[in-house]
Ligand binder design. Structure first.
Ligand SMILES: [Zn+2]
Length: 126
């Protein structure tokens, strides 16, 4: 069995497209979904909050129990939990991806954006 993980919104419109994309992208059988309402906003506006730190705790857990090697940081169109424009979400995503790459150098970490029709865009983050 192989797993990867994503930090994703709890918005149901984002779940299936992200799972489908990541199963192919990383050739895994399962995708562990770590969710909250608008995680990009939580992780950049209040990075030291309990809600933000809970993500690190859960990433630690999926590394330990499922030996994940890949993590996607996901944002999406029309996010009610993080109601900022796409460009702002991409900036937030960059901040989170870079911070998590420092925290988890053993993981491949990518950014994803889910569009209005459920289409997935992989965001280049250096
Ligand atoms: Zn959302």
């Amino acid at each position: 069995m192989s797993f990867c993980a994503t930090i994703n919104c709890l918005d149901g419109r984002t779940q299936q497209p992200v799972v489908n994309y990541l199963m192919q992208r990383f050739n895994v059988k399962y995708v562990d979904m770590l969710t909250d309402a608008g995680p990009l906003g939580i992780l950049t506006d209040t990075p030291d909050s309990e809600r933000a730190l809970l993500f690190e705790e859960r990433v630690d857990t999926v590394i330990r129990v499922h030996d994940i090697k890949e993590l996607a940081i996901t944002g999406h169109w029309d996010c009610r939990g993080n109601p900022v424009p796409r460009e702002t979400q991409i900036e937030q995503m960059g901040d989170v991806v870079r911070r998590y790459r420092k925290l988890y150098p053993q993981l491949t970490i990518i950014g994803l954006f889910v569009g209005e029709e459920g289409e997935i865009e992989e965001i280049e983050i250096s």
